[in-house]
Design a protein around this ligand. Structure first.
Ligand code: SAM
Length: 236
């Protein structure tokens, strides 16, 4: 079965998500024991999109979060390079541009949008899969208008290191086991635990955001740091 490795070769990553697209949202709900809904609510509140704003949901996958921003009245571009993921979402909504969400195929490292296009840009559980995080953060900055904002939602690390390692070990064993019962590609869920273990902790990611040029960077932990929300602004 297709799975990505930690080099995050874009072809492997896109192909892996294509294979799991059909049951992606179901698996999220099962593997997070329902916490995913709470995390997504926190993202919607952090993005705080209002009527008429234009929001980029990058690495949007099936567009589950995109739909929540649109329900608040924002116009949402759901951009991803897995056509399989985009297709599942578009079918669910009844078209490629429906219910306030328009899907656009695109790569985070070379976004198909003009400078300063969006009021807010956001990435949920996507940045970890990109093979050049700094370049993706710079691209996000480029397409955000001055005064606009960024919200990143990503799996992260518990502040108590031994507990974090224990959780990581549990996920390494548990995720592929559970995925075997539900997913067409359980190997993809081995990649999930490996990529979370290798992902930078909250302060490190905040530092990288600052280095790229984002301002007023802050983060908060959800579910004790299993997930973290990073927020930042474009000031110039
Ligand atoms: C775990 S899914 C997250 C989907 C969605 N944001 C969510 O919250 O459910 C990660 C997504 O990142 C996308 N992705 C990874 N690297 C990408 C890149 N370089 N450009 C665009 N999308 C990318 C994958 O195709 C996949 O749909």
């Amino acid at each position: 079965m297709t799975r990505a490795e930690l080099d995050k070769d874009p072809r492997d990553v896109a192909a892996m998500f294509d294979t799991i697209a059909g049951r992606y949202d179901l698996l999220n709900s099962v593997l997070s024991l329902g916490r995913e809904r709470h995390w997504r609510r926190a993202v919607v509140n952090a993005v705080d999109a209002y009527s008429g704003e234009l929001v980029l949901d990058l690495a949007a996958g099936t567009g589950t979060s995109s739909e929540s921003f649109a329900r608040r009245g924002a116009r949402v571009i759901a951009c991803d390079f897995s056509l399989g993921m985009l297709r599942v979402g578009a079918l669910r909504r009844g078209g490629a541009s429906r219910r306030g969400v328009t899907v656009v195929a695109g790569d985070a490292l070379n976004l198909p949008f003009a400078d300063e296009t969006f009021d807010a840009v956001t990435v949920s559980f996507g940045l970890r899969n990109v093979n050049d995080v700094d370049r993706a953060l710079a691209e996000l900055l480029r397409v955000t208008r001055v005064g606009g904002r960024l919200v990143i939602c990503e799996f992260s690390h518990l502040p108590v290191r031994p507990l974090d390692r224990l959780l990581g070990r549990g996920m390494e064993i548990g995720l592929p086991l559970v995925a075997r019962g539900f997913s067409d590609n359980p190997d993809a869920y081995a990649y999930l635990s490996e990529s979370i273990a290798a992902w930078p902790d909250q302060p490190t990611l905040a530092g990288r955001l600052q280095e790229v040029g984002w301002s007023r960077v802050a983060w908060r932990n959800l579910t004790f740091g299993v997930v973290a929300l990073h927020r930042a602004h474009r000031e110039r």
